[in-house]
Design a protein. Structure first.
Length: 194
């Protein structure tokens, strides 16, 4: 719910900015620029063999019930920081390529404005990707391990906690499943004592 609220507010703010700039919405849509960012991010994920880590990071950042060890959080944070740099460099590269196209076609003065706007929209897409997805994911993941549920935080043995969380990750369990299993175990042990 928190993520949905954030996205609604974020894209609502962008819509208000677009409307306040004479409402010419066509200047803000360039599918090749958006695909350029997504393809470069995907190529980094594939090149580093980090698809599982990426999915784990998305689940960990945008699902409260998803458990992660401290090492998993650190690994996904490192991946998202690398993706953040990738988006920044991709934006820069696309602007330079767009400016080269503009400079190569200076004889047609009527095409300079639209060509410049297309080259600069890559920066807008990069900022949107960073602010709407990558930065919140990094922030949430950096605080995720600190805000573990109380019944998990009570486990003093760090190695046992990491094994438990890894097992939960592999089995697709949430901290609520662990609480339910813990209650059943406590009930059975109290019944056996009686």
């Amino acid at each position: 719910m928190r993520t949905l609220s954030f996205l609604i507010l974020f894209f609502g703010g962008i819509a208000i900015m677009i409307i306040s700039i004479n409402g010419i919405i066509g200047y803000f849509f360039n599918i090749p620029s958006l695909f350029g960012h997504l393809i470069m991010m995907a190529s980094v994920i594939v090149a580093t063999s980090s698809f599982k880590t990426f999915i784990m990071g998305i689940n960990g950042a945008f699902s409260k019930k998803y458990l992660m060890t401290k090492e998993q959080c650190e690994k996904t944070i490192a991946l998202f920081k690398m993706l953040q740099k990738t988006v920044n460099y991709t934006s820069l590269l696309m602007v330079v390529i767009g400016l080269m196209v503009v400079l190569g076609n200076l004889t047609d003065l009527s095409s300079i404005g639209p060509s410049l706007s297309l080259s600069l929209i890559a920066i807008v897409y990069g900022v949107i990707i960073n602010l709407a997805f990558i930065q919140p994911a990094i922030y949430i993941l950096s605080h995720k391990h600190e805000s573990e549920p109380a019944h998990i935080a009570r486990i003093k043995d760090k190695e046992a906690l990491d094994k438990l969380m890894q097992l939960c990750f592999e089995k697709g369990l949430t901290h609520e499943d662990i609480m339910d299993a813990n209650e059943i175990t406590l009930r059975k042990s109290s019944e056996n004592r009686s």
